[in-house]
Structures are given as structure tokens and as C-alpha cells.
Design a protein around this ligand. Structure first.
Ligand code: ZN
Length: 341
């Protein structure tokens, strides 16, 4: 019980990408990059092992960005001539550069399977691979081909399913789809979002998780959270997921104004509960983490509770990320000791 893990990403070494970069420009040229990424993954795994986490990721060290890292392996997209688009329901008031969908989306070959195999050679612990969810990916592309969001998402779900099936066949324990848009487009989530996510997960012989958050811990998003007063979104999405084929749900609880009693809406599902604030360099004490876990335990049974970070830690310093992972593992250990007497 109380198995710990991070949502997915960790900050990358500064010799690989400049510090605090979200969309990276690599510091190494093409020939050196593969070795550099391998080395960064070894360090990311070592940090998670050192902290004492139970389920590991590769820290998404090889990806330019959590959406692009998958989409760059697809055909039908143009990454050369980018378009400016509104995204995330314009919640954060910015436009972003987006690849254009210019033809049928296909997956010519596996995208993250080699990375999974490398990760599994570094650890004997269970591993998780994250993929961008179909709704959120569709929200991050400039569609000039399919003509409507739902069709684009369905096509993305098809290639995501191909990838997820192969990840599971190659020993991936948890396949996690990142769907921050499940906290934004609530009507669409109900109409087609969950169904499309289930299509991406269909037949996959691994645990299927969905990560739903209020965004990265970057200043723009932290500012939005500081002023936001409506935290009702999980209240609508979690009951929909309870009756879905999705096994695990990742919920942000540490830094947002979310009322943790909402967790009770998914009783019976596995819940990854955010007990680490990813929007600050301040490292939580194990006692703070333990107290957040005890609160979650009022609504989630211990065998279903996975203490986790709120979101990816890519915007943090490596020192803060290491400290936060240690606090996460130590805080969970404190509560586990109490529970087992
Ligand atoms: Zn997130």
C-alpha cells in the first residue's frame, strides 16, 4: 500500500538542455544526443531509486515536450511550419506554437518502445510510460486536415493505442495518458473524451492511468491557480471515470484549491494523489507529505492510494526535484508505518 511514484517528467541535466526549458533546444548535436539522453535517463532512474520511489519513469529525459515527444514520431504532421493557436480553452491567455495536421495521421514505427527497453535495463522495479492523451494532443495541434476536434482525437487514439499495445507487450507496467484537458472541456469529456481515451487503452495488457491536472508548475500557471476560485472540475470528471475502463486516476491535490473529499467519487479505482507541489522550489517535509496522505486516506483505501506529485517536475531545479521525491517516499513511509502498527 501507498506505493509512490512521480507523474512523469524530471528536470534534465543542464549539459543536455538549458535550465528551465519547456520546449528544449538540445545542447548536444545529433550524433551525441542519443548517448546524452541515455546518460540523463540513468541519472533520473538513480535519483528515483535513491529517493526510494516504488514505480519508476525515465523522467521523460528524451522528449522535447510531453506532447511533441510522441507526435514527432507520427506522419501527417508538419513540424517545420508551425501555427499559432489558442489552446487549453485559452485558460492561461496565451497562444502557442503548434504543429499542423496536414494529412492522415499514421505511426510508421514504434516511438517510445526503445526508450522503455532502455529504462527496464536500468531497474528491476515496475515502470510507467506516459503518453499524451488524445483530447489533449488534439488541443495542441493545428488541424488543417480532419476538420473537427473529435475526429482528430479519434485518429490520435488509434495511433496511441498501437503504441500502448506495444509498450505493454514489452513489459511496461503502467501506461499513463496525460489529459489536462479533462479539467477544461467538461462537456466534451462527457460526450466523447472518455470514450476516446478508452479507445486508446483498448486491449492494452498493462494498468491504464490517466493524469488530470491544472497544468505545469510554471509562473503563468501558478499565477492562474492563485486567482482561480472554481475547483469543481474533478467533481464532474471523476464520476465519469469511475464507470470507465481506466484503472488509475492521477489527481492534483497539493497546490490547488481542490477539496480532497472529491476523491471519494472514485472509490474502488486506484488514485494517484498529488501530495507534492510542483510549482515551488521549496521542498516539503516528510511530515507535510504524511499529513496530506492522511487527509487523502479519509476518502481512499490505502491499497488504492498512490502518493504522487501534482504534475511533472520539468520546471524545477534538479536539487528541488530530488528533495521532493525523497520527501514523497519518506512521507509515505511514515504513514505506512502507522498503518501497519
Ligand atoms: Zn500535469
Amino acid at each position: 500500500m501507498l506505493q509512490t511514484m512521480i507523474v512523469g517528467s524530471l528536470p534534465r541535466p543542464t549539459w543536455l538542455v538549458p535550465p528551465h526549458s519547456m520546449y528544449v533546444s538540445w545542447q548536444l548535436d545529433e550524433a551525441q544526443r542519443a548517448e546524452g539522453c541515455d546518460d540523463a535517463v540513468v541519472l533520473a532512474v538513480a535519483d528515483q531509486e535513491w529517493a526510494g520511489l516504488h514505480i519508476l519513469t525515465d523522467g521523460e529525459q528524451r522528449r522535447r515536450h510531453y506532447i511533441w515527444g510522441f507526435c514527432e514520431g507520427l506522419s501527417g504532421l508538419d513540424f517545420e511550419r508551425l501555427a499559432k493557436i489558442d489552446t487549453r480553452g485559452n485558460r492561461y491567455g496565451i497562444q502557442v506554437d503548434a504543429a499542423r495536421v496536414v494529412g492522415p495521421i499514421r505511426r510508421p514505427k514504434p516511438i517510445l518502445v526503445d526508450a522503455l527497453r532502455f529504462l527496464k535495463r536500468q531497474t528491476g522495479k515496475p515502470v510507467k510510460v506516459t503518453l499524451p492523451g488524445p483530447m489533449t494532443t488534439a488541443d495542441t495541434l493545428a488541424d488543417e486536415h480532419y476538420g473537427d476536434r473529435q475526429t482528430l482525437a479519434a485518429e490520435l487514439a488509434r495511433v496511441l493505442n498501437e503504441e500502448a499495445l506495444e509498450l505493454a507487450e514489452n513489459g511496461c507496467d503502467i501506461v499513463q495518458f496525460d489529459e489536462p484537458c479533462f479539467n477544461i472541456y467538461l462537456d466534451a469529456v462527457e460526450d466523447w473524451g472518455i470514450r476516446t481515451l478508452e479507445a486508446a487503452a483498448k486491449g492494452v495488457r498493462a494498468k491504464i492511468a490517466v493524469h488530470i491536472c491544472y497544468g505545469y508548475g510554471i509562473p503563468l500557471v501558478v499565477e492562474w491557480k492563485n486567482h482561480n476560485t472554481d475547483w469543481s472540475h474533478y467533481g464532474r470528471t471523476l464520476p465519469l471515470l469511475r464507470t470507465s475502463a481506466i484503472d488509475m486516476i492521477s489527481v492534483e491535490c497539493a497546490a490547488s484549491g481542490v477539496d480532497p473529499s472529491v476523491l471519494a467519487l472514485d472509490r474502488g479505482k486506484d488514485l494517484m494523489v498529488g501530495v507534492i507541489d510542483v510549482g515551488t522550489e521549496e521542498i516539503e517535509t516528510p511530515q507535510t507529505v504524511a499529513s496530506r496522505i492522511r487527509t487523502a486516506l479519509q476518502y481512499v483505501e490505502p491499497q488504492h492510494l498512490y502518493p504522487c506529485t501534482d504534475c511533472g517536475m520539468i520546471p524545477r531545479s534538479r536539487t528541488a526535484a530530488r528533495g521532493k521525491m525523497k520527501a514523497l517516499a519518506d512521507g509515505a513511509w511514515l504513514v505506512r508505518s502507522e498503518l501497519s502498527g
